[in-house]
Design a protein around this ligand. Structure first.
Ligand code: ZN
Ligand code: ZN
Length: 342
């Protein structure tokens, strides 16, 4: 705020609300000025907000009360920053009409979210524990996958095990893509049974103390074919090169190119359609971006994934994903789930 002309900010995304206040419920807003920090919620969450947000004053919304006008008048808001990336257009219009005392409304999405990109030691610590949960769950479940199990059953085993290991939830719906389904990077698990001699792409993550983890492994049931070995080793090599040769001051684009070149040189350039990676934190996808057009510089303290893949229609796919902490000397690999070499 001190770097802008805003006198008040309105935080509405659940990730930023949790980041700034500690609130874990599903309905609240933060209104912050240099003199006041308010958490606005309703009776379902007032006790929780009191417990979780000791640094915030609680404002309880009651029906028929014009809370946005009351609060902004009390604060003396003239220029209000809001999260344009998150706030619904109709809610913004409604608030504008209810608080004519506010003279200007400005989109403040970028600076609000950029603050989360460099992780504190405490955040790194929590994320490491979160990663540990999904790594352990993968190691446990991958051992019991057998022919005849369905994709849905495997996904459920993974999600159940992560909960048993302390996760508050999965960080996203688990992906289990077997055989030809592996060609769809974001396949939803089906009742398809695992067959002999096919690959399985498993993309999974845990949420713990508000932070996410993200992990992909591709395993093989039976004796891997020559083609599978070729595709797998290409993806693996691309991943290792990106992990090991990343240097301070590279952009997300540079990092992406390291892996993409390996895959293109092997003749699979057309079959790697997504970005190399993405930041991970309170949200499963956040800054920095690590893709072909990512101009952001990768800096120490950033946590992100490196996840190259190759997807071949009517054949299947391979993706390998690990989480990195960028340090002064390059990537520190945070994921430690079993990774096979074919
Ligand atoms: Zn993933
Ligand atoms: Zn990912």
């Amino acid at each position: 705020m001190s770097n802008s002309d805003l006198d008040t900010v309105f935080i509405s995304s659940k990730e930023n609300i949790r980041y700034f206040s500690g609130f874990t419920g599903t309905f609240a807003f933060l209104i912050i000025s240099d003199k006041k920090a308010l958490i606005v919620t309703d009776s379902r969450y007032t006790i929780r907000a009191t417990e979780e947000c000791p640094n915030f004053e609680i404002y309880q919304i009651k029906s028929g009360i014009n809370w946005i006008e009351n609060i902004t008048k009390q604060i003396g808001t003239k220029i209000l920053g809001f999260e344009g990336e998150n706030l619904a257009v109709n809610m913004l219009e409604q608030m504008k009409s209810k608080a004519p005392n506010v003279s200007e409304w400005k989109d403040f999405s970028d600076p609000v979210t950029q603050g989360r990109v460099i992780k504190s030691e405490e955040e790194v610590d929590i994320i490491k524990r979160t990663i540990n949960i999904s790594d352990s769950a993968f190691n446990e479940v991958s051992k019991v996958i057998t022919i005849g199990m369905t994709e849905k059953e495997i996904a459920w085993e993974i999600e159940k095990t992560m909960r048993e290991l302390g996760a508050e939830s999965p960080s996203f719906d688990t992906i289990v893509a077997s055989g030809v389904n592996g060609a769809k990077p974001h396949h939803t698990p089906t009742d398809k049974k695992i067959e002999d001699n096919e690959g399985i792409v498993i993309d999974m993550g845990a949420k713990y103390e508000g932070y996410c983890s993200d992990l992909t492994r591709t395993i093989y049931i039976g004796e891997p074919s020559k083609k599978f070995k070729e595709v797998y080793s290409t993806v693996h090599r691309a991943q290792l090169i990106a992990i090991e040769t990343a240097q301070p001051d590279m952009t997300g684009e540079d990092l992406d190119a390291l892996a993409r070149t390996v895959i293109s040189n092997a003749g699979f350039g057309e079959n790697f359609g997504h970005s190399l990676g993405h930041g991970v934190g309170i949200a499963i996808h956040e800054n920095p971006t690590v893709g072909p057009t990512s101009k952001n510089i990768i800096k120490p303290g950033m946590i992100y994934t490196i996840e190259p893949g190759i997807y071949l229609e009517n054949w299947g796919g391979v993706r390998i994903e690990d989480m990195m902490l960028f340090t002064d000397s390059g990537n520190e690999i945070l994921s430690h789930a079993i990774k096979e070499v074919f």
